[in-house]
Write a protein that binds this ligand. Sequence first.
Ligand SMILES: *[C@@H]1O[C@H](CO)[C@@H](O)[C@H](O)[C@H]1NC(C)=O
Ligand SMILES: *[C@@H]1O[C@H](CO)[C@@H](O)[C@H](O)[C@H]1NC(C)=O
Ligand SMILES: *[C@@H]1O[C@H](CO)[C@@H](O)[C@H](O)[C@H]1NC(C)=O
Ligand SMILES: *[C@@H]1O[C@H](CO)[C@@H](O)[C@H](O)[C@H]1NC(C)=O
Ligand SMILES: *[C@@H]1O[C@H](CO)[C@@H](O)[C@H](O)[C@H]1NC(C)=O
Length: 510
Amino acid sequence: RNLKQRRLVIASHVTAAFSSNLRIPEEWTHVGKVDPKEELQLTFVLKQQNVELLEKMLGLVSDPDSAHYGKYLTLEEVSALVRPSELTQKVVRHWLQSYGITNSYLFKKQWFFLLNIGGLHRLPPKRQKDVFNRKQSQPKAGLHLGVYPAVLRARYNLTSADVGTSQNNSQAVAQFLEQYYSPADLAEFMSIFGRGFQHLSVVDRVVGSQGRGKAGVEASLDVQYIMSTGANISTWVFTNPGRHESQEPFLQWMILLSNMSDLPWVHTISYGDDEDSLSTAYMMRVNTEFMKAGIRGISLLFASGDSGAGCRHVGTTQNSFRPSFPASSPYVTTVGGTSLKNPFKMTYEVTDYISGGGFSNVFKMPDYQVSAVNAYLKSMAASLPPQSYFNTSGRAYPDIAALSHNYWVVVNRVPVPWVSGTSASTPVVGGLLSLINGQRLLKGLPVLGFLNPRLYKLKGQALFDVTNGCHLSCLDEQVQGKGFCAAPSWDPVTGWGTPNYPALLTALLA
Ligand SMILES: *[C@@H]1O[C@H](CO)[C@@H](O)[C@H](O)[C@H]1NC(C)=O
Ligand SMILES: *[C@@H]1O[C@H](CO)[C@@H](O)[C@H](O)[C@H]1NC(C)=O
Ligand SMILES: *[C@@H]1O[C@H](CO)[C@@H](O)[C@H](O)[C@H]1NC(C)=O
Ligand SMILES: *[C@@H]1O[C@H](CO)[C@@H](O)[C@H](O)[C@H]1NC(C)=O
Ligand SMILES: *[C@@H]1O[C@H](CO)[C@@H](O)[C@H](O)[C@H]1NC(C)=O
């Protein structure tokens, strides 16, 4: 009963402590104080130990040339490695007790460092655009092919035999912002589009509560497509209940993962925020949670975003590109988007101009990508956007891509065409990685885990290089709506390109 009030005491205390360095992004206005009766759920995260060691070890277990490759840790081992020190725990406990909060209120589970209090000192995601989906382009007159499972399976060279066969394999999508998947829509989707390959038509497990609202396009898209490429593989949905418009959901979701010992190997997530709307401390902590997942052998795939290089007004006349997080985390695999050169035929792929990509202003460039990115910067030097628009010392993304244009999705029992966005390409790539994980498990090999170090060592082998087209950016005189352009080999628009499944399977089974 008193907890509510006490929470509010902390809330005002913390707000005061943080307000001095609270950045109010453009497009936001400070309208006043929150109603004191407003309830808030707080997450206290404690400083963890050995984060540098964790990072180093993750590099080793993910590097195919290391003797430690695939030697993943269990959840218990990870927890022991990073456990907050006694001192940290004591300090935070005392601090809370000084506000009358006793142990009985406190989490019995893990302690998290008071580095950041999720949902309190950050601004909510601005609009639905933060869900990377449903850029529904206008239907053009005449025939339209559109993308559905058979198109993807043909383009990426999957045969009817390329379905999951390993019993211990599973994959997941995570949903936020009150998006719910509909079991009936999934069944309908598979009855219409699931011909010609063995697949499942039901989700095996839902973690979290499915709301009663209408099915969301995003949730439908993710589930329907991860189960089409990752066909016949057990699929889970992680769903965050309640309103999240004022709560960044990633930390809660990662905390949930860090309390489950049996998890799917591949997770795809089609949500993100502008890096500049989040605090660095928050992003650093979420990034550490990504490392903790990676060292357990879990692959996290994030959509690169649907605004190309993005645009941020940094001064009255000055603009810069606008990176998106978690796409910009060095410890996730970020998926960009493409479209078919000729949408009426099975042609090669070109850049989808919405494909998110660029350079982080927060995370520095990880070693695994330095030579690929530098090669791009060098070969494109003459035609790059002005240096003031992006930060070449940052983590560059995306890493890989897949079709993201004109998908068919079943929503509220109706097949809907023209659904586009990197939230389509992300589950498609996730399902393919799950298939490869399944083949590895059958051979007694460890799963792929954090893929990037291995992906960059392939140097584009087994991927269809996308070399045509540029993505969008600031509509100003200097760049005139143009961001980066695709080029041979890696580029910050489509990464290394799109998967040629049989070749990728061979390369990643070695
Ligand atoms: C998850 O949290 C509960 C307490 O909420 C704890 O008892 C349990 O040991 C945790 N499980 C793991 C695997 O960390
Ligand atoms: C895969 O698809 C591409 C183009 O769609 C084709 O050129 C190639 O021969 C196919 N097969 C393999 C095994 O790569
Ligand atoms: C589907 O997966 C199951 C294991 O979960 C396997 O026994 C079955 O053979 C698979 N189906 C096909 C067509 O490979
Ligand atoms: C699945 O995992 C369980 C427990 O880890 C193991 O005993 C079993 O042999 C595995 N089955 C297959 C088909 O790999
Ligand atoms: C550029 O990125 C680095 C991280 O690699 C960061 O430390 C630095 O602050 C960024 N510069 C700007 C102007 O944002």
